[in-house]
Design a protein around this ligand. Structure first.
Ligand SMILES: [Zn+2]
Length: 370
């Protein structure tokens, strides 16, 4: 009798505890498009489990190759519109290890590989793709917070889509788990769940490699005026060897790049710099062509020539015959945190909170609620 009464009291308590734990233990996950291929994907790993679009287990001998076929993806003797592959450690896709779950989807004429994994594990792999975990710890922590904020924002804005994030510079570079290390893991752990918030929403935490002296207002790049992305001075990146650059390009090459991007300017004879904006970057360029003069925004010019080729819109031009020399500073769109500036600030003793507060004025740090 005594025991029964005790049980009556204890069991509801235990149940309540279980509910609380499960409510607290609901890690945020992200879905990342890690590969798009036209034909096949090589899959390997220890203890892999595979299921098809109906959730039925599929027997596969690994290593194995998934192929795009009519009606879906072919793997292990069967064809399905979706395969899910999981592992207690990592799933290897074309040799690269990924944590969490891998999904294979037919996509156009090829295969789309989506990696769904806990957000915090994604961040540990991301650090050494975006910067180096050998950078000062406070800069690495700042990177963890902005990558987490960016991922959460994209997840929310792409809710219901097949995936939330590209694994390239289009979103954030992510090459899986192979380059994780203890310093990256520590920066993620020490900022666990922390995101930047403005007016009760997680911010669009854009960032870039090197601003070249002044970060850019989002409005100058994307036309959207965002209060915490107005552009700030940043002398800290100027000492970096990657700040200054020079690029030589032939007019015919530029012409063909612009044509591929959909512009029909005629034959270009000369390129002139237009006005600069408040951050020192060019607003536009004037093209002297066989059809007359034409204007193009510097942002669209850079996009057409190639983001990796023309590193920023902060440059001057010299022309000799058909060859144009661009001399510039900075690397990237310039909006939000300057990674090389953050590195130097951390080396000079600023905390990650101070660094984030500087590049995203008016924002505050908050921990994600489960
Ligand atoms: Zn900078």
């Amino acid at each position: 009798m005594k025991i029964n009464r005790l049980l009556l009291f204890v069991v509801p308590l235990l149940l309540a505890a279980a509910v609380m734990v499960s409510a607290a233990y609901r890690p945020e996950t992200v879905r990342v498009a890690v590969l798009r291929t036209q034909d096949e994907v090589r899959i390997d790993g220890e203890g892999l489990l595979v299921s098809d679009e109906d959730g039925d287990a599929v027997s596969v001998d690994f290593p194995s190759v998934a192929r795009r076929v009519a009606g879906g993806v072919h793997l292990g003797g069967g064809t399905s519109r979706k395969f899910t592959v999981s592992s207690p450690s990592v799933v290897r896709i074309n040799g690269r290890g990924y944590r969490g779950v891998i999904e294979l989807h037919p996509f156009d004429k090829g295969i789309l590989v989506v990696n769904e994994l806990p957000l915090e594990e994604y961040l540990v792999g991301l650090i050494n793709c975006e910067i180096s975990s050998l950078w000062p710890a406070e800069a690495v922590k700042a990177q963890a917070v902005i990558a987490r904020s960016y991922a959460i924002y994209q997840k929310d804005s792409r809710r219901g889509a097949l995936y939330h994030l590209e694994s390239s510079v289009m979103d954030q570079v992510y090459n899986g788990a192979d380059i994780e290390d203890s310093r990256a893991a520590r920066a993620v752990r020490e900022t666990a769940g922390e995101v930047l918030v403005h007016a009760s929403s997680v911010i669009q935490a854009f960032y870039h490699a090197n601003c070249g002296g002044h970060t850019e207002a989002a409005g100058n790049v994307w036309g959207a005026d965002i209060p915490y992305l107005q552009g700030v001075e940043c002398d800290y990146c100027l000492a970096s060897p990657s700040t200054r650059w020079e690029l030589r390009l032939g007019l015919r090459k530029i012409e063909s790049q612009l044509r591929s991007a959909g512009y029909q300017f005629g034959s270009i004879r000369e390129i002139r710099c237009g006005k600069t904006n408040g951050s020192g970057r060019l607003q536009s360029l004037t093209l002297v062509t066989s059809k007359g003069e034409a204007r193009i925004s510097a942002v669209n010019f850079r996009k057409s020539v190639g983001y990796a080729v023309l590193k920023s819109t902060n440059f001057s031009i010299r022309q000799k015959g058909d060859e144009v020399t661009f001399t510039g500073v900075g690397n990237g769109h310039g909006v939000g945190l300057c990674q090389w500036g953050a590195k130097q600030r951390a080396a000079d003793g600023f905390s990650y909170r101070e660094i984030l507060g500087y590049y995203y004025p008016g924002t505050r740090l908050e921990r994600l609620k489960n």
